[in-house]
Design a protein around this ligand. Structure first.
Ligand code: ADP
Ligand code: MG
Length: 232
């Protein structure tokens, strides 16, 4: 599938610029990034370390604001939103998966997936139901009560994915989500992500160094001189 059913991208990055100061001199990381993410489409972001993949994902996820440019979510600009509005939008529309799972160690898998929904104000019984469903869908039905330390790396990462999609976001951003996993486990976690895209029509952007996995996604892009280029 090349494009989702809607004709507005779920996320559109327009002329994004981001630089960091390195002593006196600016270090330009993103220099006019344009990128549309569509419902139901998986996009691999493949670029060398230090080229700005995490920066781009953080900006797309409204975790960081660009120096210039606009991030549109569902066609609406976000640069003028208040912190509260931005947080709310992030909570409902955006899921984020990191290279390390970042689960709360004192809580069970189920509780980790319930939390984002409870923060959003859903009833506890609803959060239990939905968290159980998602974890079951990701093959973790018999791991609900396990704490992160009692799970394998691949299981931890699947719980992190379940947490990221707990509020049914429209975009899922994953920053090298299989980077810490052995090839077999990476493949399992990757399949879970791809399954979610097809089942929920979420838009997905995954930063990865794994060319084999990138090859199995709908589309591949890279960052060259601070700009997005389509690969192939
Ligand atoms: P990637 O994820 O592709 O490895 P990053 O987006 O993490 O790249 O970083 C891109 C570049 O920006 C790197 O050279 C990094 O050192 C620099 N950088 C990232 N964050 C900061 C920051 N907060 N302050 C200064 N430089 C930063
Ligand atoms: Mg990175």
């Amino acid at each position: 599938m090349e494009q989702g059913t809607e004709d507005v991208p779920v996320v559109y990055l327009h002329e994004i610029k981001r630089q960091y100061m390195q002593g006196e001199a600016p270090l330009i990381i993103l220099n006019g990034v344009k990128l549309a993410l569509w419902a139901g489409q998986s996009v691999a972001l493949v670029a060398p370390s230090g080229s700005g993949k995490s920066t781009l994902l953080h900006i797309a996820g409204l975790l960081e604001t660009p120096d210039q440019g606009e991030v549109y979510v569902g066609g609406a600009p976000t640069s003028q939103l208040s912190d509260t509005e931005r947080t709310l939008l992030r909570r409902t529309e955006i899921g984020f998966v990191y290279q390390s799972h970042r689960l709360l160690p004192e809580f069970s898998a189920l509780e980790n997936v319930m939390l984002p929904q409870m923060i959003r104000g859903l009833k506890k019984s609803e959060t239990v139901k939905r968290a159980t469903e998602i974890l079951g869908y990701l093959g973790l039905a018999d791991r609900l009560k396990h704490r992160p330390a009692e799970l394998s790396g691949g299981e931890q990462q699947r719980v992190a994915i379940a947490r990221a999609v707990a509020n049914a976001p429209r975009v899922l951003l994953a920053d090298e989500p299989t980077g810490n996993l052995d090839p077999h486990t990476a493949d399992h976690v990757f399949q879970a992500l791809m399954q979610l895209v097809k089942a929920t029509q979420v838009a997905m952007l995954i930063a990865t160094h794994n060319m084999e996995l990138a090859g199995r996604m709908d589309r591949r892009v890279s960052i060259v001189d601070g700009q997005i280029v389509e690969m192939e």
